[in-house]
Design a protein around this ligand. Structure first.
Ligand code: SF4
Ligand code: SF4
Length: 72
């Protein structure tokens, strides 16, 4: 992404804790460990934002569209 800063936004209330995003991320940016949301699941957190390459796989994989990747 042209060296721009990549932003990862996770909508904690949408997350259902399926961990697809954690498994698919090639850089191990995401991990479980967030707060328990209204769905009663522990949401995913951005553990290592500096490692993100902006590939967008996590956002594509998320069945609940809880992840947004942007740059700028
Ligand atoms: S955009 Fe790619 S590198 Fe960044 S958190 Fe998502 S899967 Fe990982
Ligand atoms: S893929 Fe989406 S719903 Fe599943 S754990 Fe990740 S953010 Fe949550």
């Amino acid at each position: 992404m042209d060296g721009k800063k990549i932003k990862i936004r996770i909508d904690a209330e949408r997350c259902k804790g399926c961990m697809f995003c954690v498994k698919v991320c090639p850089k191990k940016v995401l991990d479980k460990g967030g707060k328990v949301n209204e769905r009663g699941v522990q949401c995913v957190i951005v553990k290592a934002p500096e490692e993100c390459i902006g590939c967008g796989l996590c956002a594509i994989m998320c069945p609940d569209s809880a992840i947004e990747i942007s740059s700028g």
